[in-house]
Every structure is written in C-alpha cells, then in structure tokens.
Ligand binder design. Structure first.
Ligand code: SF4
Length: 196
C-alpha cells in the first residue's frame, strides 16, 4: 500500500526521511551496474544521438543499438506512463564506459550543453528516487551496492548531498518550498524529542 506523506510539492509527495538520512559517496559508477529505467521520451532522445554515442563508445560497450534498451513497460512513476530500462551488458549499463563514466553525460559536457541534457531523470536523482508518486530514498539500490554510502556516520544528509539534483527536479521555487518544509519538519522532530 502506498505510504501517506503530508507534504506535496509539484505533485510529488515528499518522504521526510530525506531530511535525516545520512549519505556520502566517493562515486565509482557502481550505481550504474544495474542499468536504469528511462522514460520512453528519454530513450527516444538518446536514440536520436546514437551516431554520436557510437563515436564515444569504448571497447567495453555494445555497438549494436538494438541491444541498448529493454522492452517498454507501463509505470505510473514516469511522465509518459511508459518506462524503458537500459540494458546491462557485461555487468554494467550499456552507456557506462570502462572508466565508470556515463557516455551520455560526457557527450553533453563536450557539446557545452547542460551536463544532464541526455541523462535519464532516475540516473540524475539517484540516491534519491520517485516511487509511487513520492520523492524518497532509493534504499533498495543503495543497500545492494558496496561503494555507495559506505560511511553513513557522515553528518551530511541526503537532502544536503543532493541539492543540485533537487533543484533540477523541483526548480528553484520548488526547492525553496522543500527547504522550508525541511526546517519546519526538523523543528517538529526536535520538539518531539525534547518531550520524550
Ligand atoms: S544512463 Fe548513464 S548514469 Fe544512468 S545508469 Fe547508465 S551509465 Fe549510469
């Protein structure tokens, strides 16, 4: 059953655990070893630059374009209602190069465009995710990775760590609203603790 959350911003429910969950990462690209779900329009956008992608691929990546994506499936957490997974080839997302870098991001940077222009939203958001209409933590994926969040004793919360990603998702106004909610939520939590 979908969880109930009190705050909604831009039609997204907000899981307040993002305000207290501690997170840090010295990224090795391991999070890309399982591929990612793209929205069908993102997959189309990627295929539109397939020639460029092929120019960037190294010897560890699959040049058969027909093998880059899985079959589409219905999923309401995607804007179009259709999700398409990237294939995992030789233990990594088809777009991950042998140095642990995302080819889609490399191309955007080299073109002088925004670094996330071609990257799927769920890749941008991780370690956050959208599940059943709620912005939340992708615990399931974090838990199966060895190098992701190895030292959760850090003082940095996932909310602080992912500020850039959250601004990308919600826009500046949406992010300000989230920040306000974070402050109110933490005050309430502190009051509760004092009263225990
Ligand atoms: S699309 Fe890029 S960021 Fe996303 S899983 Fe694949 S390699 Fe990683």
């Amino acid at each position: 059953m979908a969880k109930k959350f009190e705050k909604v911003i831009k039609k997204l429910k907000i899981d307040p655990r993002i305000f207290t969950f501690k997170f840090n990462c010295d990224c090795t690209g391991e999070c890309c070893h399982y591929g990612v779900y793209t929205d069908s329009f993102e997959a189309k956008r990627i295929l539109r630059i397939k020639k460029k992608i092929l120019e960037y691929f190294d010897s560890s990546q699959c040049t058969d374009v027909s093998k880059w994506f899985e079959e589409p499936e219905e999923d309401e957490d995607f804007e179009s209602g259709v999700a398409i997974g990237t294939e995992v080839i030789d233990g990594k997302c088809t777009f991950l190069d042998k140095n642990g870098l995302c080819t889609l991001q490399k191309i955007a940077i080299d073109e002088g465009k925004h670094k996330w222009k071609y990257k799927p939203l769920y890749s941008i958001l991780f370690p956050l995710t959208i599940y059943e209409g709620a912005l939340t933590i992708d615990d399931e994926h974090i838990d199966r990775l060895k190098t992701c969040n190895p030292d959760p004793k850090t003082e940095i919360t996932i909310f602080e760590y992912c500020a850039e990603e959250l601004i990308h998702l919600l826009g500046k106004r949406g992010y300000s609203e989230l920040k306000k909610y974070q402050e109110e939520y933490l005050i309430k939590q502190n009051v509760k603790k004092k009263n225990v």
